[in-house]
Design a protein around this ligand. Structure first.
Ligand SMILES: C[S@@+](CC[C@H](N)C(=O)[O-])C[C@H]1O[C@@H](n2cnc3c(N)ncnc32)[C@H](O)[C@@H]1O
Length: 382
């Protein structure tokens, strides 16, 4: 395919096998602050333009796992995030290369074809009778009785469904009926379903006062397309500073939090559904107790510059690629200085404009920039 044709495909949001990246239609959109879903084509285009030759791609701050999924046919992906819900998404969306067989789960007349089998299992889970469990008790209007605060994250029906499904998946896993891959596949499908019916404006730092239309939809687990890849992929659930020594890669892609909003406070409820560990919770929003390992230094105005430098210095990579929002805690010049002092060569800078939020108002105020920096660390060439 000619370069211009490739560009045209990218511009139209069309990706195919020849491009070696995963089509956007096969990448589930997850509502997370700083998601790179909308600029995946731009990142691809820039790597292409810079002619970066690489085998392994380290998605240092994976979040919704969309970046690793997009590149899983092109590189061997190593991904990481300190939040467990992200780890679940990484395992399902990146690491799994072939349709889980669910060979130990036997229902009456369960189909032999792996895909059909998955549909049948999802259908079974979607039709479980609701359970009055942790989510129902603390995150639906039933919380008024349990905690004296009425929380409206989920309708009572959906809260009970989340509990029933979460408990069933755990039971199957603990009794050896499903493998680890199958376990993470089902949990990811649950997380993706949850964010479609949550009564929030995107994060879980608050719930809406009135019920949004989305919250009345019944929670429905859906089939997640499996993307085959000739590469092996690996996922981690660690603080990045505990991982630096363990990973060597060609490209290290750094997409850290860019403002002071901690992910653990904004996604506490996803973390609780992911871990299902009956945490201590408090306050109007029912936030779970969390510790230093879940708090990010990249959200601290005081600590971010040193942390960034330590990260750039410590990563064992040929190329460093950084995404950062133009309205972030660090300025463009501060980042360039960090890269420079961190010993990087051939530093390149791009600015990708995108709309901050959907609006009929086309004023420039709604356009923000996503910065992309590329630098060469060791043995690489631009
Ligand atoms: C901007 S988001 C990444 C978004 C991701 N690229 C996407 O498109 O969905 C930053 C992520 O960094 C994670 N994070 C923050 N500090 C971390 C740390 N010290 N170690 C590992 N992960 C961290 C957060 O949990 C969050 O998921």
């Amino acid at each position: 395919m000619e370069k211009q044709e490739v560009r045209d495909c990218l511009d139209r949001g069309m990706f195919d096998e020849a491009l070696r990246v995963v089509p956007l239609k096969d990448i589930p959109q997850f509502r997370i602050i700083g998601s790179k879903y909308n600029i995946l084509p731009d990142i691809y285009r820039i790597l292409e333009k810079e002619n970066i030759e690489a085998y392994s791609f380290f998605d240092v701050f994976s979040g919704s796992a969309v970046v690793g999924r997009f590149f899983k046919k092109m590189f061997s992906v190593i991904s990481n995030d300190n939040l467990y819900f992200s780890y679940i998404l990484q395992r399902a969306l990146i690491v799994i290369n072939k349709c889980p067989s669910f060979s130990n789960l036997n229902f009456d007349n369960i189909p032999k074809d792996p895909k059909e089998r998955v549909y049948r299992i999802l259908h079974y889970l979607n039709n479980l009778k609701g359970v009055e469990g942790f989510i129902y008790r603390h995150y639906t209007p039933a919380s008024k009785d349990a905690d004296g605060v009425e929380r409206k994250y989920f309708t009572t029906e959906n809260g009970m469904k989340i509990d029933a499904i979460r408990i069933q998946i755990q039971e199957w896993f603990e009794n050896g009926y499903i493998s680890e891959d199958e376990y993470f596949y089902l949990l990811a499908s649950l997380l993706l379903a949850v964010q479609k019916i949550a009564n929030t404006s995107g994060t879980y730092g608050a719930f809406n006062k009135f019920w949004d239309a989305r919250s009345y939809k019944p929670l429905t687990l859906r089939y997640i397309e499996i993307i085959p890849s000739k590469f092996n992929h690996v996922a981690y659930n660690e603080d990045i500073f505990d991982l630096l020594e363990k990973v060597t890669c060609d490209i290290a892609y750094i997409d850290p939090p860019y403002n002071s909003r901690q992910y653990i406070t904004n996604y506490h409820l996803l973390e609780t559904i992911a871990k299902y560990d009956n945490p201590k919770i408090k306050g109007k929003t029912g936030i779970r107790e969390y510790g230093d390992q879940e708090r990010s230094v990249f959200c601290s105005k005081k600590g971010v510059q040193d942390a960034f430098f330590k990260l750039v210095k410590g990563l064992k990579a040929k190329y460093i690629v950084i995404s950062y929002n133009s309205e972030g805690l660090l300025s463009k010049n501060q980042i360039i200085q960090i890269l420079d002092e961190g010993g990087l060569r051939d530093i390149r800078f791009y600015e990708i404009p995108y709309r901050r939020f959907k609006s009929n108002n086309n004023s420039r105020k709604n356009i923000v920039g996503e910065y992309l920096f590329i630098g060469v660390k060791e043995n690489g060439e631009l």
